[in-house]
Design a protein around this ligand. Sequence first.
Ligand code: IMP
Ligand code: MG
Length: 166
Amino acid sequence: MSEEEVDRRIQEIGEQISRDYAGRQVHLVCVLKGGSFFLCELAKRITVPVSLDFMSVSSYGGDTKSSGVVKIVKDLDDPLAGKDVIVVEDIVDSGRTLSYLLEMLGGRGPSSLKLCTLLDKPERRVVDVKVDYTGFEIPDEFVVGYGLDYDQRYRNLPYIGIVEFD
Ligand code: IMP
Ligand code: MG
């Protein structure tokens, strides 16, 4: 996906969220580090009041696979009770990270809890996760850029590219 395509799609999602949350405030929860580039662009496109918080999780396992065991490395600063929360992620792959995270965050009493992901690889799903806003559905390929890394590199690419492993 080129920079223009990604930007255009984020603009559309921002407009959709602004419509869906008209008259309310949205609390965007960014999952670091991958979600950070998407979060910044998305937040700029939302016209209802926005507040932000960040958390960092790590899944034990290799770089290109998640094990399903999720550890909170940095928790949110603020409580979620009574807030209209949207979790902003870079990618939903097996769904393990998100299903764990959504269940945990749901237990903190938000008024509503939705999931917005830049990318979705539905073919790879192992655990069922309801995605409310998706940038792009992609096939089972390893991608980098726009926050997504390969061994911590390439997050800063302004577009999304496929990694070719030989
Ligand atoms: P899940 O728990 O399998 O859904 O894994 C989600 C996490 O795996 C994401 O937040 C990414 O950090 C990582 N991930 C999955 N697929 C890719 C990819 O294609 N490129 C870069 N990171 C990926
Ligand atoms: Mg990663």
